[in-house]
Design a protein around this ligand. Structure first.
Ligand SMILES: [Zn+2]
Length: 358
């Protein structure tokens, strides 16, 4: 399905690697374009800390700052702040008003309003509501409270969004889209209630918040399905943080069409490369269609073949396994770049198949 966001034509489903701090680590925008990746996600919290929103405003927005012409989604930053607070409770607290936290000796506050204002400053094409990302082990009464807060914050986010649109004189073509984030853990009723209420507030798309993967590594399929079912009329369903290739395929079957994940680039930097088990096609997706190649293995020391015979990325066209292994061995940063280019190209190939329909 072809979709248009701010005059950017996109093929759905789309995979957006994480350029958390305004860079897809070890690569530049030309590298990313060459891999046929058309979207990136950046993080409000990290950009707020560095370089700061004022710098981005001066630069004319995150796309210009990064020299990136594709789609950009900014995440609310809530997840990072909660992780910070949950790791060390003295670092901040969450109230109905918002989240306050200490960082580098400075006190910061993230409210639904400031979160939206900051995202307008960042200037991404899609902005995300601040939600209350509760631990999935919460009891149902505690989860109900968390969902109540997520709904209340979504309403405040939408009100601030409308205010910004009006103040800036943006029309339907030039406005960023806004997505709500559905919480509720694995309590299906709470997922449905949250999704239904957010749908009433009115958003361009809906994200699955919280943990998509359970403790035993399985997808929380029932909860994931409940969110799509409760927001069927919406064009965009975003499976936040779902990113291993098999889970992407499963979620596309459920109706999700936007994905982001740190996995391909993080794995690349650790020399864990994704390779197709056989020639990529719609049919192979039903089985175990890929495997990891550990480039540090001794067997690749003199292997002069590319990483994958089924990949036509820049790295596979120009370099051998032997050379890449050597770069990792001597810790040269080129290793990270070439491995990242290959791994995100694997995702491009996967999503090209998914775009043709399952
Ligand atoms: Zn490749």
């Amino acid at each position: 399905m072809i979709s248009k966001i701010r005059n950017k034509e996109l093929n759905l489903p789309i995979f957006c690697p994480d350029a958390t701090r305004g860079v897809l680590r070890a690569t530049d925008s030309a590298d990313i374009e060459n891999t046929d990746i058309h979207g990136l996600i950046v993080n409000t919290y990290h950009l707020l800390v560095n370089p700061g929103v004022e710098v981005l405003k001066k630069a004319g927005g995150i796309n210009k700052f990064m020299n990136w012409e594709g789609l950009t989604i900014s995440d609310s930053g809530g997840f990072q702040v909660y992780s910070l607070i949950h790791r060390k409770s003295g670092l901040g607290k969450i109230t109905d008003e918002g989240v306050s936290f200490n960082l580098d000796g400075n006190k910061h506050t993230l409210t639904p309003e400031s979160c939206i204002q900051t995202q307008f400053g960042i200037g991404a094409d899609v902005i995300i509501c601040l939600d209350d990302c509760a631990d999935q082990s919460l009891s149902e009464p505690a989860m109900i409270k968390s969902v109540d807060r997520t709904i209340a914050w979504a309403k405040r986010c939408k009100a601030e969004y409308n205010k910004q649109i009006e103040q800036r004189g943006l029309d339907n073509q030039s406005r960023p889209l806004i997505f709500g984030v559905v919480q509720g853990g694995n309590y299906i009723k709470q997922r449905e209630r949250c999704a239904t209420e957010l749908n009433k507030v009115g958003f361009d798309g809906f994200g699955f918040g919280g943990w998509p993967i359970s403790g035993d590594g399985e997808l929380n399929a029932e909860a994931l399905r409940a969110v799509v079912e409760s927001t069927k009329d919406s064009k965009y369903h975003y499976a936040l943080g779902v990113g291993d290739p098999k889970s992407c395929v499963e979620c596309v079957k459920m109706g999700y069409n936007i994905f982001d994940c740190v996995l391909p680039t993080r794995d690349a930097r650790h020399g864990r490369l994704y390779v197709w088990s056989e020639k990529p096609s719609r049919e192979v997706l039903d089985g175990k269609f890929y495997e990891y190649l550990r480039i540090d293995k001794a067997e690749y020391a003199e292997d002069l073949a590319p990483i994958s015979e089924y990949c036509d990325c820049y790295t596979c066209k120009k370099y051998t396994k032997s050379y890449l292994r050597h770069l990792f061995k001597i810790n040269d940063t080129l290793a990270y770049r070439l491995a990242s280019i290959h791994n995100i190209s694997f995702y491009s190939q996967l999503f090209e198949i998914l775009q043709k329909g399952l």
